[in-house]
Write a protein that binds this ligand. Structure first.
Ligand SMILES: C[S@@+](CC[C@H](N)C(=O)[O-])C[C@H]1O[C@@H](n2cnc3c(N)ncnc32)[C@H](O)[C@@H]1O
Length: 256
C-alpha cells in the first residue's frame, strides 16, 4: 500500500486516536528512554512517536525519523518544528544513511510488514544499532484484523481484498526467528490486542472502514458491494452486533 496524501491522512487519524495512543504508550514504556540517547523510528509516518521520544531524551539526545513518504514527513516536520533534537530523513529502511553502530534504541510501528524484502532492512537496522541497543517493533497480526456484523460473504470479500495491502500478514510470528538469526537476545512478545464495538467519528474502526473501502475499490471490488458492506456495518452497530478487532504485537529484543 502506498502512503500517498489520502492514505496518509487516514493513517494519521488512526495514529492520533485510541489505537495509536495505546500502542505508543506501550512502545515508550518498552523503550525505557534515557537522556542523551540516539533513537531512530523506522517508518515514522506523521511523527507522533518521534515527537514523544524527542521530549523524553533531552536536548543533547537525538531522534531520527525515516520514511519514504514525503507526504508523511511534511506532517512530521510540522509537528516537530519546535524541537531541535529531531532529524527526518526521506528514505527506506534498507538504505539508512547514518553511521554504523550509532543508535541506542531502534523502533518501528506497523512498518516492517509493508517491506517486501524485510531481511535486507533488518540487516540495515542491525548495522546502525549499537551493541546492547534495544529494538522495539509493533506489527499487526493481520489475520486477526477483522470487522464483525455484515453478512459473511460480503465481509470475507472486503477482507480478502485487503490482504494485498501488505506483504507480511503475520510478521510478529516470524520476527522472533529472524531476530535470533541476526544475534538478538532476550526476545519477547507482548499482546496489544483490542476490541471496539462502536463506530463514532473518532473510533479507529471508522478510519479502518474508510481504508478498507478505498483499498477494496482499488482491487476491483465494485462500488455497490463496498457500499453494501458499509451499510451492513452501520446496521450492525444499530442492532448491537458490530465489532472490530485488531491484534498488534510488541516485539522487544537486545542486540547481543
Ligand atoms: C502504517 S504507517 C505507520 C506510520 C507510523 N509508524 C505510525 O505508527 O503512525 C507505515 C509507514 O511505513 C512507511 N514505509 C513504507 N515502506 C517503508 C520502507 N521500505 N522503509 C521505511 N518506511 C516505510 C510508510 O510510508 C508509512 O508512513
Amino acid at each position: 500500500m502506498k502512503f500517498d496524501n489520502e492514505t496518509s491522512i487516514i493513517q494519521q487519524k488512526i495514529a492520533n486516536g485510541y489505537a495509536g495512543v495505546s500502542r505508543r504508550l506501550a512502545i515508550v514504556n518498552a523503550l525505557n528512554l534515557e537522556t542523551n540517547e540516539t533513537v531512530i523510528d523506522i517508518g515514522c509516518g506523521g511523527g507522533h512517536l518521534v515527537q514523544e521520544i524527542s521530549l523524553s531524551i533531552g536536548e543533547q539526545g537525538k531522534v531520527i525519523g525515516i520514511d519514504p513518504s514525503q507526504d508523511q514527513l511534511d506532517v512530521a516536520s510540522d509537528k516537530c518544528k519546535d524541537q531541535s533534537n529531531v532529524e527526518l530523513i526521506c528514505t527506506t529502511a534498507d538504505e539508512i544513511n547514518i553511521e554504523d553502530a550509532s543508535c541506542d534504541k531502534i523502533t518501528a510501528t506497523q512498518t516492517l510488514e509493508y517491506i517486501e524484502d524485510i531481511d535486507t532492512s533488518l540487516k540495515e537496522i542491525k548495522r546502525i544499532s549499537k551493541t546492547n541497543s534495544k529494538f522495539v517493533n509493533v506489527s499487526i497480526l493481520w489475520d486477526y484484523f477483522r470487522f464483525y456484523g455484515p453478512e459473511k460473504e460480503i465481509n470475507d470479500l472486503i477482507h480478502e481484498a485487503f490482504r494485498a495491502h501488505c506483504f507480511h500478514q503475520m510478521l510478529p510470528l516470524d520476527l522472533n526467528g529472524k531476530l535470533k538469526k541476526l544475534g538478538y537476545k532476550n526476545i519477547s512478545s507482548q499482546n496489544l490486542s483490542y476490541l471496539i464495538t462502536n463506530r463514532d467519528n473518532n473510533s479507529p474502526a471508522i478510519f479502518y472502514e474508510t481504508m478498507l473501502s478505498k483499498f477494496a475499490l482499488s482491487q476491483g471490488v465494485s462500488e455497490d458491494k463496498v457500499d453494501d458492506w458499509k451499510k451492513q456495518l452501520n446496521k450492525s452497530e444499530k442492532v448491537g452486533n458490530f465489532g472490530f478487532t485488531s491484534f498488534p504485537v510488541l516485539t522487544a529484543a537486545y542486540l547481543g
